[in-house]
Each structure stands twice: as C-alpha cells, then as structure tokens.
Design a protein around this ligand. Structure first.
Ligand SMILES: CC(C)(COP(=O)(O)OP(=O)(O)OC[C@H]1O[C@@H](n2cnc3c(N)ncnc32)[C@H](O)[C@@H]1OP(=O)(O)O)[C@@H](O)C(=O)NCCC(=O)NCCS
Length: 450
C-alpha cells in the first residue's frame, strides 16, 4: 500500500517536472478577483505563485479592486452608480478609487515580500476616457489605450513580478479608473502570454445556469471544462440575455485573448485551495478553459469584405511591400483568399494560389495583418492555414515573392530560391524592377513553431 502511494508521488513529481520544463520562460497573466483578495486562501495562492516564479515562469498580477473600491466609497460617503457592470467614476470619487486600487496592489506586494519575491508596481498603462456611450457619461472611467510593453518586459527579465493596479493615466497624467478584467486581457495579449487566468469566485461556467452549445463537455461537478473560441462565441450568443453577469464578460474577454494570440484562458475559483497549481500541473484542471483552435477565426473571403481587405493592404502597398490589387482582382480570386475575423472585424488576409499542374506548386500571396494587430501571431496562423490548405489540395511545394519579409518566411522553413523555381507564367510576368526575392517551401519542411 505504502509503495503504491510512493509510486503515485513519483509519477506526480515526474509530471510536475515536465510541466515546469514546458512553461519555463513563459509569461502568465493572473487577474486575482476582488473577492479573492479578501479570502483566507489568498496568502496560499501567493505562495503558489512564488513557487511558479522560482521555476522560471514569468508572472504578471492584476488585482481586482471592485469590492475594495465599494468599501472605501461607502466609508467616505461617496455615492456611485454602475451601468451594465461599469462604474461611473466621478472626479470626486477618483482619489478614493486610486487609493483602493493601490491598496489591493500593496496587499499583493506585502504577501510577495513575505515570500521573498521581488515585485514592482508601475505606471505603465496609458488610458483614455471611455467618454459618453449611449448618452451616458462615464466621466473618469477609462479604457486601456496602450501598455509600455518594453518596460514590463525589462521588469520580467530582471526577475520581478509586475503588479498592475486598475488605474491608467492619460498622456497628460490624468488618472482613469479602468477595468482590471480588460487590463488583464490586454496585458496577456500584448506580452504574448502563454496563459491568462481569471481567478474569481466563479468555478468556471456552471452548466446548470446556462444554455450550452451542443457537444460541450461538463465535469462531474457540473462545470463546463473547456470551450473552443467558436463554442465560447456561441455560448455568448445563447446566453446574451444574461448580459451583465461577470462570467459572460470573462468569456468574452477570454475569446478575444485567444483570437489575438493567447493559447489558453482559464476561469477558475479562487476559493479552491491550490487552484492555480491544479490548473497548470494537471492535465484535467478545474474551472473552465477557453482555448485556441489554430484555424478558428479564419474563413473564406466574401465579396462584402473586399473594401476592408483593401484597407488592410493599402499601407503595405504604399510602402511597396505588397503588390497593388483592385476590387475586381480580389473578386476574381475570391476562392483563393482567406480573412482573419474577430468580433466581426477583419484583422488580416492572405491567399494561396494553386498551380497543381505545375509540379504540385502553389503561391502564397498577399498576407497582410492590420498594423494594429501585428505581433499577435495572426500572420503565423494565416500562413499555417494556407499551408494546411496546400497540403490537402495535394500540393508539394509553395513559393512566395517578397521584398521585405524574407526573414519572417525563412523562420517557417522557406529557403531562398531562383527565378527558375517559379512556374513558367509567373517567370514571364516577373517584375524585374520590383526585384522581389523568390522563397521556396517544400511542404515537408514547414515549421509552424519558428
Ligand atoms: C509579416 C506579417 C504578415 C507578420 O504578421 P504578424 O501577425 O505580425 O506575425 P506574427 O505575430 O506571427 O509574427 C510576429 C513576429 O514576426 C516578426 N516580423 C514581422 N515582420 C517581419 C519582417 N518583415 N521580417 C522579419 N520578421 C518580421 C516580428 O518582429 C515578430 O517577432 P517576435 O515574435 O520575435 O516579436 C505582417 O507584419 C504584415 O502584414 N506585413 C506586411 C505584409 C507582408 O510583408 N506580407 C508578406 C508578403 S506576402
């Protein structure tokens, strides 16, 4: 009996080593919900986070302050109003909101210090006013405009744990009350995090309370275990009437994070002891995970998309990175093009033009990612999708003509080729003034992870 238990422990230790190896050097963003900030398990949670940090996992913390802000405003008799879950922050309330936001950040700072971990609180978030929406003036409530990613990376490189209070500043230094849920999503996206955690009082999605899309897995505890982005999207549509519930907001942000490059988002219950270790170091996990299916968000080009695709391509055409194309040309090549869409907005496009009769070759063309969304892995996903499409259409090799993107393609297994490597027609039409480089990919050599 004793030896069985020991064997189990050995297995567990092996598993943990493997996971540590997998996540070493990776970034994890953790939003600690306001209710968890007051929970007796908080010191234990912080201890676990420090353990992860010591294994070389880069941790970023975003403490929720909602409950603390409510407390402080109540104590100082400052009235407030929230609409659709968003607080209207009056100029009178903002000093108290700041105080509460830094108070919860300091609490984490203190607990980290107790565990000998170095942390830092910074003013790295640029925010702007949310403004007037549907006639409601949200006053000093703001939205995240940008994050000083370089400074945050530097802090992480120095082994620090950055803590982000839910305050952002305008370029003139005016403070705004921002949503810590939104902040956590933007941090995860901009820092290319491996995981985003929302630790709250939700044990993930409670299956009983919601209409679920078909085929979704529910645990024996009645929790939806995982949702792909498409499933999460349809979950949101099926439950739209429950509009203001926080869990729906978390799923919405989780979907966006996944679509914009974060592989996994976990919504877990902070009132479960050891929740973060369970979620990272076990293949089962607890709570609900939203995950990226590499090919989600990519769909064929439609005629109605053409103006938007031209808008995305235009700056690159002006810089002579892409060939100019007009509406008619795109309409003629509709079947070859795909687009990347998030929340109904196009972020990118790309095309595979097959020449099967030419020794199973095809051309990769017109990959363009909207400048606002570059660096989130969208280009890689479009290319991977087109490569998969090429394989399933029986092609054996691809080529691309490029002036300024050689290094990007080389990392995926493309190699430099010659004009003679192009199909006959393409050689004839080759624009010598443009002098593009010819890159070739034998599909066997494609590397989706550069
Ligand atoms: C090149 C392009 C498709 C990349 O899209 P993306 O979504 O930003 O790409 P990913 O997020 O998958 O990759 C980003 C990485 O590629 C690197 N990268 C971007 N453009 C690059 C270039 N021209 N050369 C070398 N590397 C480049 C980035 O520095 C980033 O590196 P990091 O991950 O180490 O930070 C996009 O920048 C684009 O639309 N460029 C203009 C059009 C173009 O050149 N198309 C290709 C010709 S068909």
């Amino acid at each position: 009996m004793e030896s069985d238990r020991l064997q189990e422990q050995v297995e567990l230790i092996r598993q943990v080593f493997e996971y540590v190896h997998l996540f070493k050097g990776k970034t994890i963003v953790i939003k600690v919900g306001g209710s968890v900030m007051d929970h007796p398990f908080l010191p234990m949670l912080v201890k676990d986070l420090v353990l992860l940090h010591r294994q070389g996992i880069r941790i970023i913390l975003v403490p929720g302050a909602k409950e603390r802000i409510d407390d402080v405003l109540r104590r100082y008799n400052i009235p407030w109003e929230s609409i659709g879950g968003v607080r209207i922050s009056t100029p009178e309330a903002i000093p108290f909101i700041k105080m509460a936001a830094f108070d919860v950040s300091n609490r984490l700072m203190t607990l980290l210090a107790e565990n000998n971990a170095s942390a830092i609180i910074g003013n790295w978030v640029r925010a702007r006013s949310l403004g007037v929406l549907k006639g409601i003036d949200y006053q000093d409530t703001g939205t995240v405009e940008k994050i000083n990613v370089e400074l945050v990376r530097k802090a992480l490189d120095d082994g620090l744990i950055p803590i982000f209070p839910n305050i952002g500043w305008s370029s003139s230094g005016k403070p705004y009350n921002i949503s810590s849920n939104e902040l956590a999503y933007i941090l995860a996206r901009n820092l290319k995090a491996e995981k985003l955690f929302y630790i709250s009082r939700h044990t993930g999605v409670d299956a009983e309370n919601y209409t679920l899309p078909e085929g979704v897995t529910v645990s024996s505890e009645g929790v939806v275990t995982h949702l792909s982005v498409a499933e999460a999207d349809s979950f949101l549509r099926l439950n739209a009437k429950k509009g203001e519930e926080e869990i729906l907001e978390l799923i919405r942000l989780g979907c966006k994070a996944c679509a914009e490059g974060v592989p996994r988002v976990h919504i877990v219950d902070g009132e479960i002891e050891g929740v973060i270790l369970k979620e990272i170091f076990s293949s089962r996990g607890c709570g609900t995970m939203i995950y990226t299916n590499e090919h989600e968000n990519i769909r064929p080009l439609r005629l109605a998309d053409i103006p938007e695709v031209l808008r995305i391509m235009n700056p690159f055409v002006e810089e002579e990175i892409l060939l100019p194309r007009d509406e008619q040309e795109l309409a003629d090549q509709l079947d070859y093009f795909v687009v990347y869409e998030v929340d109904g907005i196009l972020h990118a496009c790309g095309a595979l033009i097959p020449f099967p009769e030419e020794r199973g070759r095809g051309e990769i063309a017109a990959i363009a990612v909207d400048r606002t969304y570059t660096g989130f892995g969208i280009g890689k996903r479009i290319l991977t999708y087109l490569v998969d499409r090429a394989r399933s259409s029986g092609l054996r090799s691809l080529y691309v003509l490029t002036t300024q993107t050689t290094d990007w393609f080389l990392q995926f297994g493309f190699s430099e080729g010659e004009l003679d490597d192009l199909p006959k027609d393409k050689r004839r039409d080759y624009n010598r003034l443009r002098n593009s480089r010819v890159l070739i990919l034998d599909l066997k050599n494609f590397r989706s992870t550069p």
